[in-house]
Ligand binder design. Structure first.
Ligand SMILES: [Zn+2]
Length: 384
């Protein structure tokens, strides 16, 4: 029951009025029907991924919104058309239905929630992580997660799947373009999500979280609340560049908190989460905090570029030795890599190295550990 769950990136409505919406309007992704129509024809297996498939995949993954539908623990797509992505299939981030605005609170209540959230986010952002002795980071994050969890209207726990279906259908209808009353198609989609695809919760357009009782005391709840804490509607700079990596940071902190506080951990975004785990192991949790909660995307690239620089400089020193003439690789750095980072004997500027790292992050999907861009990052930036 607790082993798997799925989250789905959901596009935001292009026409969503921001005043009634904690989430920023985002580039819409294909409607779910379109996405599902593409997938079976295009995705034949790992060996079959070509530019066309990658393009289709990129559209599916997109850089869309972060509203999520969680799993209640059942494997949602045993025979997913995207099963080629192995473990990632359970987290199939296919662009889903177009969603608009939903207003479940009285206006005054929503404004108060937004105001309270803003305060908590400001407190989080003010945390000085330059000083590694500055308290316990996870406790600090947990305190704020607890704070927002206690906000009236922030989280609604539902004790049955029919109730979740009902709420999800309302959300789908409200997010339609234009918003409509709930109809049979919304109910059918919502039923499919919850009953067949393992959906166990979602974050509504107004920022509130709806969850099944069965997932409320777990990393799944942390995950959603951390999204809400990371930015208005869960939108961070990184989420715009690479949704899945943003999910990896979200889920990294969700899992860390769940483990620390003895909650159930549901696997989610396994490749992205593992990547962030590896990043933290080498670059510290404080750095991850600053990137994610302080919205400092550039720090991700500069941090990795710093490691890249150290590594290629060490390799160049080795390659330059007369006795190394036949050596093709040193500590993961290939002799042929040097041209990308050196101009003659001078290593390129930090900004150029950071741009090279950013390009690899942008090229990666964080869905399959075997992706070439992930291998590049591991070889040149993560591995010691
Ligand atoms: Zn998420």
């Amino acid at each position: 029951m607790n082993e798997l769950r799925r989250k789905r990136a959901r596009p935001e409505s292009r026409s969503a009025p921001k005043s009634a919406n904690l989430r920023s309007a985002r580039t819409p992704l294909p409607a779910e029907g379109a996405a599902l129509a593409i997938a079976p024809a295009s995705f034949k297996g790992p060996g079959a991924i070509g530019a066309k498939e990658i393009g289709a995949l990129q559209r599916l993954v997109g850089n869309g919104g972060t509203t999520q539908l969680l799993s209640d623990g059942r494997r949602p797509y045993g025979d997913s058309p995207l099963g080629l992505f192995g473990n990632a299939a359970r987290n199939r981030p296919v662009g889903a239905v177009q969603r608009g605005v939903v207003q479940r609170h009285l206006p005054g209540v929503l404004a108060k929630l937004a105001e309270d959230l803003t305060k908590v986010r400001a407190a989080l952002g003010a945390y000085d992580t330059a000083d590694p002795t500055n308290g316990n980071l996870l406790e600090y994050i947990n305190k704020h997660v607890t704070d927002i969890n206690a906000l009236p209207g922030m989280v609604t726990i539902l004790d049955s799947k029919p109730k979740l279906i009902e709420q999800l259908a309302i959300d789908m209808a409200a997010r339609a373009e234009p918003p409509t009353a709930v109809n049979a198609s919304h109910t059918a989609s919502a039923t499919d999500e919850v009953m067949n695809k393992g959906g166990g919760g979602f974050t509504a357009k107004d920022g509130t979280v709806y969850m099944l009782e069965s997932t409320k005391d777990s990393s799944a709840l942390y995950h959603e609340l951390i999204h809400v804490l990371s930015g208005e509607g869960g939108v961070t700079q990184l989420s715009v560049t690479k949704t899945n990596l943003n999910e990896g940071f979200t889920n990294y902190f969700a899992e860390q908190l769940a483990r620390k506080y003895g909650k159930t951990v549901y696997t989610a975004y396994p490749v992205a989460t593992t990547w962030v785990n590896d990043f933290v192991a080498k670059c510290t949790e404080n750095t991850a905090y600053n990137i994610y909660f302080k919205n400092n995307e550039a720090l991700l690239y500069s941090t990795l570029a710093g490691r890249l620089k150290t590594k290629v400089q060490a390799a160049k020193t080795v390659f330059d030795k007369p006795e190394s003439k036949a050596l093709k690789e040193s500590n993961g750095v290939k002799r042929t890599d040097l041209g990308a980072f050196y101009t003659g004997a001078t290593i390129k500027d930090d900004a150029v190295l950071a741009a090279a790292v950013k390009k690899k992050i942008q090229e990666a999907y964080f869905m399959d550990a075997g992706e070439p861009s992930i291998a590049w990052l591991k070889r040149l930036c993560i591995d010691d």
